[in-house]
Ligand binder design. Structure first.
Ligand SMILES: *[C@@H]1O[C@H](CO)[C@@H](O)[C@H](O)[C@H]1NC(C)=O
Ligand SMILES: *[C@@H]1O[C@H](CO)[C@@H](O)[C@H](O)[C@H]1NC(C)=O
Ligand SMILES: *[C@@H]1O[C@H](CO)[C@@H](O)[C@H](O)[C@H]1NC(C)=O
Length: 381
């Protein structure tokens, strides 16, 4: 449904229903929309502007009411709070927090450079740039970034498969560069352990590399699946995972999902055709993530103004059209005031690291929500 079709009755109904289907639901309005939400601490996130001339990077404190436990009624803090802020010279495409440090790395839509930011501490409320990394062979803009899991802070980044490299943040030294000539665009990358990493190309091909070897293995999809845009998510049980315990999910702009064991990327173990259609001009916002706590649950967004949660447990190698276990419709339904005809889309979402059913999501109207849904099967808990 287009947002403009949503009547205020529907929004009212949803508001009444929301009292039963959410344990928590807090909404916030950013001045400009973000396509990144990155955890920077137990109760804080970083977001960044992708659409205005100012390109703000903000660190926000989550509503404290979310953490109030049994005393929710007494806790008045239901708003997100601005903690730190700064400006970037280009719209932010990707943003990664460096684990254990007050530091984030961003890439922008206009250049191939990466920018390193100190997100501030204590009294200082300024996010300031502390460094710039210029890739060795600067090609395309909007590089994708993964945080390294080594002792020294580093990032793995790339725009095309042939320019993927790992760079040390402090020195700007290139620690690793891939040795392949594939020009496929990178849709995402992630480390499995401190040396093994996975890269997903826009056309769905997966590449598995090791930072001690420039060669990468690659796994191509069957021809019938080409022509769509693919993104991926890696599920691992701990920072330094055994690849045997890792599962890869790939999502296409046609709503296909393939779930594979990292040890055997050739033949998916589960697959599905989601009842979702890409009706945006771009695939910029397509996102799939594994739930960190709920085993085998996937969240999917970027098709419309909703976030869909699926449980993959019952999926098999035979493709099926599964029903979601939960749909967050809040962005659509709180958007009714603006009837300018533009299609609202959820731009990104993230799971809370340890609260099983809590997610954050952001949409193209600048709304950002944190929500904890009620599992109907376990209501008595
Ligand atoms: C989904 O969004 C999250 C939060 O912005 C980001 O960390 C993740 O890389 C995105 N995943 C994909 C497949 O784009
Ligand atoms: C990461 O996992 C791969 C595959 O099991 C293994 O070959 C490699 O040695 C591991 N790397 C480290 C640094 O443990
Ligand atoms: C994706 O690109 C790779 C490398 O260019 C190519 O080998 C592969 O056939 C492509 N896959 C599809 C599904 O088009």
């Amino acid at each position: 449904t287009a947002n403009m079709d949503i009547s205020s009755d529907e929004a009212d109904d949803w508001f009444m229903e929301s009292l039963h289907i959410y344990r928590d639901l807090h909404v916030f309005q950013l001045e400009h929309p973000t396509k990144v939400i990155e955890w920077t601490g137990e109760k804080s996130i970083c977001v960044a502007d992708y659409s205005s001339a100012r390109n703000e990077i903000l660190e926000l404190l989550l509503p404290l009411k979310l953490y109030a436990g049994g005393n929710k009624g007494l806790c008045p803090e239901r708003d997100f709070k601005l903690q730190h802020g700064g400006f970037c010279d280009e719209p932010v495409e990707c943003l990664r927090h460096i684990f254990g440090k007050r530091c984030v790395v961003t890439s922008g839509q206009y250049s191939s450079k990466l920018q390193v930011w100190d997100i501030g501490e204590g009294d200082s409320d300024i996010i300031k740039r502390t460094g710039v990394i210029n890739p060795k062979c600067p090609s395309d803009k909007g590089r994708k970034i993964a945080s390294g899991v080594t002792d020294g802070a580093s990032v793995l980044h790339g725009s095309r498969i042939n320019d993927v490299q790992q760079t040390e943040l402090v020195s700007g030294r290139v620690l690793y560069a891939v040795g392949t000539d594939s020009l496929d665009a990178v849709s995402g990358l992630q480390f499995v352990n401190s040396s093994t990493f996975v890269v997903c190309a826009n056309n769905g091909t997966l590449y598995v590399g090791d930072t001690r070897d420039p060669r990468m293995k690659h796994y191509v999809l069957h021809g019938s699946m080409s022509g769509s845009h693919w993104v991926f998510a890696l599920r691992k049980d701990q920072p330094h995972s055994d690849p045997a315990a890792c599962t890869v999910a790939r999502l296409s702009s046609f709503g296909q999902v393939l779930v594979s064991d990292l040890r055997n990327l050739c033949s998916p173990v589960r697959q599905a055709q989601l009842n979702l259609q890409q009706n945006m001009a771009t695939c910029d916002f397509l996102n799939v993530t594994w739930a960190p706590v709920l085993d085998s649950c996937l969240a999917v967004s970027g098709f419309d103004g909703k976030v869909h949660i699926f449980d993959t447990t019952s999926w098999s190698t035979v493709s099926q059209t599964p029903q979601p276990v939960f749909v967050h419709r809040g962005h659509d339904l709180s958007h009714e005031a603006k009837t300018d005809g533009t299609l609202l889309v959820v731009t990104t979402h993230v799971w809370h690291p340890w609260r099983p059913r809590t997610l954050l999501s952001a949409a193209s109207d600048g709304s950002i929500h944190v929500w904890d849904w009620v599992d109907k099967n376990f209501e008595h808990f």
